[in-house]
Design a protein around this ligand. Sequence first.
Ligand SMILES: NC(=O)c1ccc[n+]([C@@H]2O[C@H](COP(=O)([O-])OP(=O)(O)OC[C@H]3O[C@@H](n4cnc5c(N)ncnc54)[C@H](OP(=O)(O)O)[C@@H]3O)[C@@H](O)[C@H]2O)c1
Length: 277
Amino acid sequence: MIMNSLQDTIKLNNGVDMPRLGLGVFKVEDGQEVINSVKWALEHGYRSIDTAAAYKNEEGVGQALKDSGLNRDEIFVTSKLWNSDQGYEETLQAFEASLEKLGLEYLDLYLIHWPVEGKYKESWKAMEKLYHDGKIRAIGVSNFHPHHLDDLLKDAEVTPVINQVELHPKLAQQEVRDYCEKHDIVVEAWSPLMQGQILEEPVIQELAEKYNKTAAQIVIRWDLQIGIVTIPKSTKQHRIQENADVFDFELTDEEVVKITQLNENHRVGPDPDNFDF
Ligand SMILES: NC(=O)c1ccc[n+]([C@@H]2O[C@H](COP(=O)([O-])OP(=O)(O)OC[C@H]3O[C@@H](n4cnc5c(N)ncnc54)[C@H](OP(=O)(O)O)[C@@H]3O)[C@@H](O)[C@H]2O)c1
């Protein structure tokens, strides 16, 4: 699989093209901090931004999108439905609130942020309505284990296009990836850099030295070569650029396997079977 540029896309199961690499903005403050991050990313050629109602920075993201002067159809915008907004009517309202904050007329991708027990199926019905109404180009989920997806798919009219999960070399998520591949659902990595904690890993550092790249670039390249979508976060201009400068080298198949074998099923975030928010 050869990837040449930051604008390379993957085809989702409903035919929509999504950039393989985007910018995440979790824990980025609304106002100038998020405006700058998104601005630098777009200037550098990023075309996909991952936010969420829970990040409380949709207004700043929207401002930066507007300031960029790019056409709406050149940018891929993701937001997410927060847990306390789940339920049918609540989802419809939460979606409108996100759209308004972002200052957009439609979203490219809207995700159920976490599988809230007893609620996510109702929420999905509302997501399907919004999708059929043309207000969202693609709908998906986040933090769903295969058993959550099995349950959702039993009654779903629309198959999720994406499952966004914690994924990095210490949590390679083979089971989720196998399940999603079978059901034509693209896997997207959150905390792809393990929130910075993977960068000291000797195997990664060795490869960084070999390719004259940084540890972050090695990990992001691994994401792309295992066929997932990835959204590293940074608020620093030089790192936003660095994280996207991964198209001038290719890991060998053996190196990809070596990184995957670092897996320890180790999470830095909560397990979707056991969260209390
Ligand atoms: N669906 C979910 O439940 C969920 C959960 C968590 C995250 N996400 C999404 O996934 C995105 C990414 O995950 P994340 O923000 O948790 O973690 P991450 O992208 O794995 O790591 C971000 C951390 O690494 C640092 N960093 C970034 N690039 C670097 C580089 N080149 N060299 C050294 N350090 C670097 C950043 O610091 P600086 O900012 O200081 O550069 C930040 O501390 C989020 O922003 C969000 O959009 C989704």
